[in-house]
Design a protein around this ligand. Structure first.
Ligand code: HEC
Ligand code: HEC
Ligand code: HEC
Ligand code: HEC
Ligand code: HEC
Length: 310
């Protein structure tokens, strides 16, 4: 009970503007504004930290793929987006020269030297560090300095949904978990910082089959994903389309096509693929799968089968 009264008084006290200024004087933790490691942010932002730890952003410097393809960090032009100092909408970031092993960490995305504060989507009361509400954080262009190609593709798709809507889904929660301070703040939409790998659903892809003599034409339309399928700037994701031919229930032949991000299927566009079989067949099954560039295995997306009457 005492705790509740104390918090009530505390809250009332700090809800007026002048006393808020006093709170920043009393509770400011200077080291937070000197680009600390992400673990330091976890003292309060525990949940977001755990998500980030699980994200590709946190391994962008140390992943085996990057080590190898950057020639053990000797290709200078490769480094900036994988260990940035600060991010700017639409602009390639500058490389930082400390804590590089953390890749794209909390402060690289949130701290700005110019305002000496954490930029984010909200107007907040955050006494341990200064904060600045910055409308860019709720727009796709905050991702665009690094995801350049994908952003260009998204732009031409002309959709209302931004990158965060799909890749950082949100739910109402506390921004901080530190007791008792989280009780002083209203819950807000908290965005998933793990950028969980998404996969297209059946509804995102329309498949049509046309049967000619000994070939099959498959039309694939990307109706759901407002960038190429697959999309990438530097990674090597793949989309596979496989045709399996059957006769009397037994597989007699197969043929497949691979699509790289260079040939990716644009939003609301259709692409045609041709598959051949030199065997007789009475059924064909088309299946689509994709492989993320950092995964070993492909994962299925959708498939259809068609009986053939010849
Ligand atoms: C001692 C506690 C504490 C630590 C440590 C801390 N923060 Fe915060 N932070 C807060 C509080 C309190 C808020 C406001 C919470 C609210 O309004 O729900 C906040 C809000 C934020 C916001 C939202 C800003 C906005 O305008 O939308 C960002 C971004 C942020 N912090 C980043 C960081 C980063 C990056 C670190 C590590 C360098 C960090 N914080 C460390 C307490 C902390
Ligand atoms: C303009 C920013 C930028 C620069 C410069 C950059 N990258 Fe990347 N890199 C990205 C982004 C964004 C991704 C995320 C996946 C994707 O879209 O390809 C990525 C992903 C990767 C991946 C895939 C990681 C994985 O886990 O599969 C590799 C490998 C990679 N980059 C290597 C390089 C190399 C080598 C260079 C230099 C030739 C380079 N990058 C330069 C932005 C950049
Ligand atoms: C500072 C550059 C940078 C910024 C800004 C950035 N990213 Fe990334 N992103 C990368 C790099 C580099 C990778 C690849 C890391 C790896 O796999 O090693 C990546 C990976 C990803 C992946 C996983 C890709 C995969 O192959 O699985 C997603 C999804 C993603 N980013 C979404 C976003 C979104 C959404 C935003 C904006 C809110 C954003 N990124 C902002 C550089 C950036
Ligand atoms: C309508 C939702 C939606 C929007 C908006 C969107 N994406 Fe995606 N994105 C997806 C889906 C679904 C996939 C998975 C495609 C697949 O099956 O490979 C994906 C794949 C990706 C990938 C490949 C790695 C992965 O996680 O599969 C990257 C990188 C990416 N998107 C970045 C972006 C960026 C950057 C933006 C904004 C410019 C953006 N996306 C906007 C839905 C979306
Ligand atoms: C790739 C860039 C990126 C990285 C890395 C990143 N953030 Fe964020 N963060 C964002 C964006 C973009 C938003 C706003 C999303 C929106 O409102 O659409 C955000 C929002 C927030 C917020 C406000 C609450 C919310 O989820 O909207 C806090 C607090 C925050 N981040 C803290 C952190 C902390 C702590 C870390 C490190 C553990 C971190 N961020 C790492 C880009 C990033």
């Amino acid at each position: 009970m005492k705790k509740v009264i104390f918090l009530g008084v505390f809250f009332l006290f700090f809800s007026c503007e002048n006393t808020q200024k006093l709170a920043y004087k009393l509770f400011l933790e200077e080291d937070l504004l000197k680009r600390p490691k992400s673990k330091r942010c976890a003292d309060c932002h525990q949940n977001i930290y755990n998500q980030w730890k699980n994200s590709r952003h946190s391994v962008s410097w140390v992943s085996d793929d990057f080590k190898k393809s950057s020639n053990r960090y000797s290709k200078i032009k490769c480094l900036s987006c994988h260990a940035p100092l600060e991010i700017e909408p639409l602009k390639e970031p500058k490389l930082r020269d400390f804590h590089r092993e953390e890749g794209i960490n909390c402060v690289s995305c949130h701290f700005k030297e110019k305002t000496n504060s954490m930029h984010g989507p909200y107007e907040v009361f955050s006494p341990p560090h200064y904060s600045t509400k910055d409308p860019n954080y709720t727009k796709s262009k905050i991702c665009a300095g690094c995801h350049r190609e994908t952003y260009k593709q998204w732009k031409t798709a002309n959709t209302q949904k931004n990158c965060q809507n799909c890749h950082m889904p949100s739910k109402k929660d506390n921004l901080i978990q530190k007791f008792p301070f989280y009780l002083l703040h209203k819950k807000k939409e908290v965005h998933n910082h793990s950028s969980p790998p998404l996969i297209a659903s059946k509804e995102d892809i329309k498949l049509k089959i046309k049967v000619l003599k000994d070939e099959i034409k498959v039309l694939i339309k990307n109706t759901g994903i407002p960038h190429k399928l697959p999309t990438a700037d530097q990674g090597k994701p793949k989309l596979y389309i496989k045709a399996e031919f059957f006769l009397n229930g037994e597989k007699v032949d197969e043929d497949s096509n691979m699509i790289t991000h260079k040939q990716g299927i644009e939003y609301n566009k259709e692409k045609e693929f041709t598959f051949y079989s030199f065997e007789n067949f009475d059924l064909v099954k088309i299946s689509v799968s994709r492989k993320l560039s950092w995964k070993k295995k492909a994962e299925p997306i959708t498939s259809i089968s068609l009986d053939i009457e010849k």
